[in-house]
Design a protein around this ligand. Sequence first.
Ligand code: SAM
Length: 216
Amino acid sequence: SDHDLQYPASPDAVDWDAHYPAFAGTGKLPEFADIGCGFGGLLITLAPLFPDTLMLGMEIRVQVSQYVQDRIAALRVSEHTHNNVSVVRANAMKFLPNYFPKHSLSALFFLFPDPHFKSRKHKARIISPTLLAEYAHVLRPGGIVYTITDVKDLHKWMASHLNSFPLFEFVDEDTLRAEGKGPIIDAVYTSTEEGKKVERNKGEKWLACFRRIQLE
Ligand code: SAM
């Protein structure tokens, strides 16, 4: 349960300088958000590739989010890198708009989300019609939603909901690579702990990416 968690009332109430001391006073806000970041592999990989882009992981499990925080702190000390990445313990399904202002994100990641196999549990899935409106709100026009899973049924579910939502349009992997987002796609496939587990088990991975469009 997340009842004991304290949430900022709005993005203005978040102490971003504490998350990113190296960027204090710049007014920069997170542009990449990794929802259910787990042990942090994606953002740890992306942070040095985009050192001027602020990134935030959201993770509901307390020990896991603490682990990510410790990992980032250690890298900042030993390598003088990862000043642009941070993590919050948060229920992203309920409190996303408390962290991210309208149109602030250029990338939103849902990597190997919990599948919630049973039908009566589908409302617990992190991609649902209600939540898509929130994701469209925080993403800027042109921003990308990246989803990947090894569960084919979940892939179909996420892709069909995103496809039928008017503010998102499917964008294929080659198009994104041609736009210079190849390093992001590579990290989406291989950098996370869950993605590595799927590889060890010789599982398949289904990627589906969508662009946040602007309606005229
Ligand atoms: N994305 C990571 C990866 O690819 O290794 C982790 C995948 S793991 C299967 C799903 C993660 O989502 C878990 O760490 C879980 O605690 C987290 N999670 C589930 N529901 C969440 C929610 N509502 N808000 C934030 N995190 C959540």
